[in-house]
Design a protein around this ligand. Structure first.
Ligand code: SF4
Ligand code: SF4
Length: 216
């Protein structure tokens, strides 16, 4: 798996969910199929009057999700930017050519109320629940950065094996210390809760470790 294949899977899914946060801090999700894919990213269409557009223009932060019928999740934590004014018309027309239903939604020249954003920088998380063991991996698009998540085991491990016995994916390997096979980890937290000496740490997604006693 790689970023390019993830994009191709997104294209095949066709309708992607886009999540932003509004001015009151509330989550907002929209499904969008007005998308043109390229090898290194994609373009999507919305209308300038929509709250979605305003939220994107404020900081560009968006999470985009595709879920295939094979139980593959592809999540992009991305930065969306409006394409330059000089390219807007060409990009709008391209998306309308690829998605004929849009001519019914915005007939004739009314498509000019549209705006096209591009996604060229993102962290991509691929999570496949349809295989045994489950599989996950992260990739980047453009200047995207992978944020470390999940759990790891420190040198405080005493080798009791409780984490391994409680792991639903059997993805903890014996050793000194025991080790989590990250590609097959669910991030379920069972090992974290079952370790008697607090040797399992949780990553906060920003590179920091969270000790068991720090949990809120
Ligand atoms: Fe090591 Fe904790 Fe796992 Fe026991 S439960 S093997 S101490 S990490
Ligand atoms: Fe196993 Fe869950 Fe711990 Fe991952 S988080 S190693 S799946 S128990």
């Amino acid at each position: 798996m790689d970023a390019k294949t993830c994009l191709e899977k997104c294209r095949l899914v066709g309708v992607l969910s886009f999540a932003t946060v509004d001015g009151e801090g509330n989550p907002q999700i929209r499904c969008i199929s007005a998308i043109h894919f390229e090898e290194d990213g994609f373009y999507f269409f919305t209308a300038r009057g929509k709250n979605f557009c305003r939220e994107l223009l404020e900081n560009g932060k968006v999470q985009i999700l595709a879920y295939t019928r094979f139980k593959e999740m592809i999540r992009l934590s991305a930065k969306a930017s409006p394409v330059p004014e000089a390219e807007q018309e060409e990009k709008i027309n391209r998306i309308f050519d690829e998605q004929p239903y849009l001519a019914n939604v915005y007939p004739g020249g009314t498509r000019k109320i549209g705006i096209v954003f591009e996604v060229k920088n993102a962290e991509i998380e691929y999570f496949h629940l349809g295989v045994n063991p489950i599989f996950r991996e992260s990739y980047t698009l453009g200047a995207g950065v992978v944020s470390e998540k999940g759990y790891y085991i420190t040198d405080s491990c005493i080798g009791c094996g409780k984490c391994r016995n409680n792991c639903p994916q059997s993805c903890i390997v014996q050793g000194k210390p025991y080790r989590i096979s990250q590609k097959h980890c669910l991030h379920c937290g069972s090992c974290y809760e079952s370790c008697p000496v607090g040797a399992v740490r949780k990553r906060d997604g920003k590179g920091k470790a969270v000790r068991k006693r720090d949990r809120k």
